[in-house]
Design a protein around this ligand. Structure first.
Ligand SMILES: Nc1ncnc2c1ncn2[C@@H]1O[C@H](COP(=O)(O)OP(=O)(O)OP(=O)(O)O)[C@@H](O)[C@H]1O
Ligand SMILES: [Mg+2]
Length: 160
C-alpha cells in the first residue's frame, strides 16, 4: 500500500490522524504539506499527545525546530516557513533527524528541499468545505507499514 486518503471533518479528526501516525510510525521522517491553516500543527499536536507530551505544542515559527524528549524517543517538530535558505538547516543540526529512533515532523518541507533527509511518509492536507482532506503517501518500507496500520484503524483511537 503506497497511498491513503480520508476526510477530516473537524480539528479533532486531524489530531486523531496524528495520533494514529504516532502509533504506526515510531521513527522516521514525516513531511507535512498544505497551505497556511491546513492543519499541519494540529496533526503534530495530536501525534505528540499520543507520544505522551502534555505541555503546549506550538509551531516553532521563529526557532524553526522544537525537540520533544518522549518516552519512546526524540521527536523533532520543524516549521520551515521562515527558512531563508535550505543550507541554514545545517546550523540547526539537520543530521540528527536521520539518527536511529528519531521521529521528525516537518511543516513546509519544500523550503528545505535538497538538504532534508529522505521522507518515509508525506501527508498532504487541503481545505474541503469546513473540514480538511488528508492524502498520505508512503516512500519507504516503514512508511508502507505505517499506511497499512493507518488504513486498518485510524478511526479507532481509544487512548486519546
Ligand atoms: N479537519 C479540520 N477541520 C476544520 N478545522 C481544522 C481541521 N484541522 C485543523 N483545523 C483548524 O485549522 C486551523 C489551523 O490549523 P493549524 O495551525 O494546525 O494549521 P497549519 O497547517 O499548521 O498552518 P501554518 O501553515 O500556518 O502553520 C486551526 O484553527 C485548527 O483547529
Ligand atoms: Mg503550523
Amino acid at each position: 500500500m503506497t497511498e491513503w486518503s480520508g476526510e477530516l471533518e473537524d480539528a479533532d479528526a486531524t489530531a486523531t490522524l496524528g495520533a494514529t501516525i504516532a502509533r504506526a510510525l515510531s521513527a522516521g521522517v514525516v513531511a507535512l504539506h498544505g497551505d497556511l491553516g491546513a492543519g499541519k500543527t494540529t496533526l503534530v499536536r495530536g501525534l505528540l499527545r499520543a507520544r505522551g507530551v502534555s505541555g503546549a505544542v506550538r509551531s516553532p515559527t521563529y526557532t524553526l525546530v522544537e525537540p520533544y524528549n518522549t518516552p519512546a524517543g526524540m521527536v523533532y517538530h520543524l516549521d520551515l516557513y521562515r527558512l531563508g535558505d535550505p543550507e541554514e538547516l545545517y546550523f540547526l543540526g539537520v543530521e540528527e533527524l536521520s539518527e536511529p529512533g528519531v521521529l521528525a515532523l516537518i511543516e513546509w518541507p519544500e523550503r528545505g528541499c535538497g538538504v532534508l533527509p529522505a521522507v518515509d511518509l508525506s501527508v498532504h492536507l487541503s481545505h474541503q468545505g469546513d473540514g480538511r482532506r488528508a492524502w498520505v503517501q508512503a516512500h519507504s518500507e516503514p512508511g508502507r507499514g505505517a499506511l497499512e496500520a493507518l488504513d486498518a484503524g485510524w478511526r479507532f483511537a481509544p487512548d486519546i
